[in-house]
Every structure is written in structure tokens, then in C-alpha cells.
Design a protein around this ligand. Structure first.
Ligand code: ATP
Ligand code: MG
Length: 362
């Protein structure tokens, strides 16, 4: 059998800086744990535009379709603001998501104990928190037709349409149930079936899919009540599945339960491939951070945690992912901080590479 394959797309700004640390960790797994990956690297975003005049070449697109997982850094930067919309760096990422048909966006909210006082909530509410929000990413009110601003009588009307087909709900629900099976086997589905027809259908289809996953405890909650419960006692949840719009809001809310943008990973999953694992792209939630690029200040943990998600969801290596996350917990407990994790004066920050060194040592 050939080794599992990864395509690395470092991108722009701090993307290459944080990805260098991930690369070292991938090599470590090969050397020390016998978990060898076939790694290839390519350009995306502004870097690809500079080299090829397009933010994503067809060759790179084809490679992304062929590998087991794509790891992406970040794209964009002020240098590219003047470009035509069709070749903007972000278009490279959008093309990847669209052509790989990545319909399930996973955003974990995971609290590292050493950073629990970073949260705006009480420590006991967030310490030990480990939940994942699955947001439907390719349909719903962001795409539904009709949409637009029309003239009606003597005023303008802004229109969007919330629209979900049964198959769109079915496939994202399956992703969420599969995820729940690999975690604590608890899934909460959120919609507003009390006021929205799409919510009524959402609840019906999720319930039907649930019959294929009898081991998973399924609950339903209205999304507004869910927002309240997420801030009141988030540890009651394990996996949450919701639509595009509610997911946008709830995942930002949940992410901020735990601290800095430099700590937040994400995964975008599509349909299962021949090996049974989903098509997948893993990336930190943060952007290219041009304000700190090239200064060794970037926190690599979001990108490293994105690789931990890849270990767990693309490579069936959950224990190795635990090992990696435990080493991050260790270095944070030892007091290592990149500048974004420093509130007060007096503690000397470590560099991007210093953080990578410490995680490898741990
Ligand atoms: P995008 O439009 O690409 O999402 P953005 O404008 O939302 O980008 P980011 O690039 O994510 O913003 O940066 C927002 C702020 O967070 C910046 O001040 C940046 O320096 C900081 N930041 C982002 N990522 C990191 C990181 N990994 N480590 C430290 N600081 C970060
Ligand atoms: Mg942003």
C-alpha cells in the first residue's frame, strides 16, 4: 500500500511561516512514529498569481483532487488588493472549496487549560471544553434564488431565499453523524423549525439519517436557544450540526469561547472517496495576517491543530492527534506564548519557530 498523501499549499503572508512548523511535525511523525506521508507542496493565492498569473493552476487543482488531504496556510495580502476580482488570491481558495465540493465545514472549539482565563467566560465554563460545530457550507440563504434588490411600488426590497434540498441536508447530516461516531456519540442539530420551512425539513431529514446511526444520541434545538446554551454551558455539547447562516454565527461564537485567532483550526469535508474517507481541506481560521508577516511573530498552533484534525479525520490516526494536542497543552502549560497569547507585560514571547521547537520537544 502506498503512503497516505498530503498536498501542502502554504499560500501568502504568515501562511508559509506557520506551515514550515507543520512540515517539521509531519516529518517527525515519519521519523519517530513510522507514520510516513507522501507530501507535495504547491502554490496558491498571491504566490501562485506571482508565478503563474492565476491564484490556482489547473495542475494544482488536479493534485488537490487526487490527494488524501490538502493542508492550506492562508491567502491574500495588501499587495494583491489592486488585482482584478477574477484573479484575487481568495479566488484560489474558493475554487478549491467549490470544485472539491466541500459541503461540511468543521470548526472545533477546544479549550486548552493554560489559556482558560483567556476566555470572556468563567474558567469553569470553558475548561476542558472540546466541541465541534459542523456548518453546511454550499447552500442555504447564501445561495438560494430568488435574491436581489428589487423595486416594489415606491421603495426597494432586499430579497434572499433560504432553500435546502433533502440531499443537501442528508449529506451534511451524514458528515456530522460520522464525526459524532468518532467522538462522544452525541449530536445536536440546530435550526428554527418553529418559524422556517427549511428548518422543518432539516429536522425531518436529520432524524431520518439518524436511524442509520443508532449509537449516536441525537437532540434538536432551536438555533437561538442553542446560542444561549453555548454561552451558558457549552460542555453539554459534543457535535453540533447546523445550516450555513446559523453555522456562520454559532461557529464564531463557539470559537471565541476559547481565545485567540492564532489557536483556531478548521476542516472542510466533502463526499467520501474510494477509501471511505471524505475529501478534505484543512486550514487555520485566521488569514494571512500581513501586519505581522515575516517577523516570526505568527502563532503556528492553529495550523498545527488543523494537521491534528487531518490525522483524526483523514488518516484514522486519532491517537497520534491526541499526542500532538497533548504536546501543545504541555508547552502552553510551561508558559510558552507567541505574542498573540500575551495579555500582560513582562512575559517574553517566543517566535513562530520557537513554538515549533517546543512542540516537537514535547
Ligand atoms: P482574512 O481576510 O484573510 O480572513 P483578516 O483580515 O480577517 O484576514 P487575519 O489575517 O486573520 O485577518 O488577521 C487578523 C488579526 O489577527 C491580525 O492583527 C493578525 O496579526 C492576527 N493574527 C491572525 N492570525 C494570527 C496568528 N496565527 N498568530 C498571531 N496573530 C494572528
Ligand atoms: Mg477574516
Amino acid at each position: 500500500m502506498s503512503n497516505p498523501s498530503i498536498l501542502i499549499l502554504p499560500g501568502d503572508g504568515i501562511g508559509p511561516e506557520v506551515m514550515t512548523q507543520v512540515r517539521r511535525i509531519i516529518d517527525w511523525f515519519g521519523e519517530k512514529r513510522g507514520l510516513v506521508f507522501d507530501v507535495s507542496e504547491d502554490l496558491v493565492g498571491g504566490a501562485a498569481y506571482d508565478a503563474h498569473g492565476t491564484p490556482l493552476t489547473d495542475e494544482t487543482m488536479a493534485k488537490a483532487q487526487a490527494v488524501d488531504a490538502v493542508l492550506l496556510g492562508a491567502v491574500g495580502g495588501p499587495k494583491y488588493d489592486v488585482l482584478d476580482f477574477s484573479v484575487k488570491p481568495e479566488r484560489g481558495l474558493l475554487r478549491l472549496r467549490k470544485e472539491m465540493d466541500l459541503y461540511a465545514n468543521l470548526r472545533p472549539a477546544q479549550c486548552f487549560d493554560a489559556l482558560a482565563d483567556f476566555s470572556s467566560l468563567k474558567t469553569e465554563v470553558v475548561s476542558g471544553l472540546d466541541i465541534v460545530i459542523v456548518r453546511e457550507l454550499t447552500s442555504g440563504i447564501y445561495f438560494g434564488e430568488p435574491r436581489g434588490i428589487i423595486e416594489e411600488g415606491n421603495e426597494r426590497v432586499g430579497i434572499n431565499t433560504q432553500r435546502y434540498t433533502e440531499s443537501e441536508i442528508d449529506r451534511v447530516a451524514r458528515s456530522a453523524f460520522e464525526l459524532a461516531m468518532r467522538r462522544d456519540k452525541k449530536l445536536c442539530s440546530m435550526e428554527k423549525a418553529n418559524v422556517m420551512e427549511s428548518g422543518v425539513l432539516w429536522r425531518q431529514v436529520v432524524t431520518e439519517v439518524g436511524k442509520d446511526y443508532p449509537e449516536v444520541e441525537l437532540t434538536h434545538m432551536y438555533a437561538d436557544a442553542g446560542a444561549m446554551q453555548l454561552t451558558r454551558w457549552p460542555k453539554q455539547f459534543d457535535v453540533i450540526v447546523t445550516d450555513n447562516l446559523f453555522g456562520d454565527m454559532l461557529s464564531d461564537l463557539a470559537a471565541m469561547l476559547t481565545g485567540s485567532l492564532g489557536m483556531l483550526p478548521s476542516a472542510s469535508l466533502g463526499a467520501p472517496m474510494a477509501n471511505g474517507r471524505p475529501k478534505a481541506l484543512y486550514e487555520p481560521v485566521h488569514g494571512s495576517a500581513p501586519d505581522i508577516a515575516g517577523q516570526g511573530k505568527a502563532n503556528p498552533i492553529a495550523c498545527i491543530l488543523s494537521f491534528a484534525m487531518a490525522l483524526r479525520y483523514s488518516f484514522d490516526a486519532g491517537e497520534e492527534a491526541d499526542r500532538l494536542e497533548a504536546s501543545i497543552e504541555t508547552v502552553l502549560a510551561e508558559g510558552l506564548r507567541t505574542p498573540d497569547l500575551l495579555g500582560e507585560e513582562g512575559v517574553a514571547p517566543v517566535t513562530t519557530e520557537g513554538m515549533g521547537d517546543a512542540i516537537l520537544a514535547a
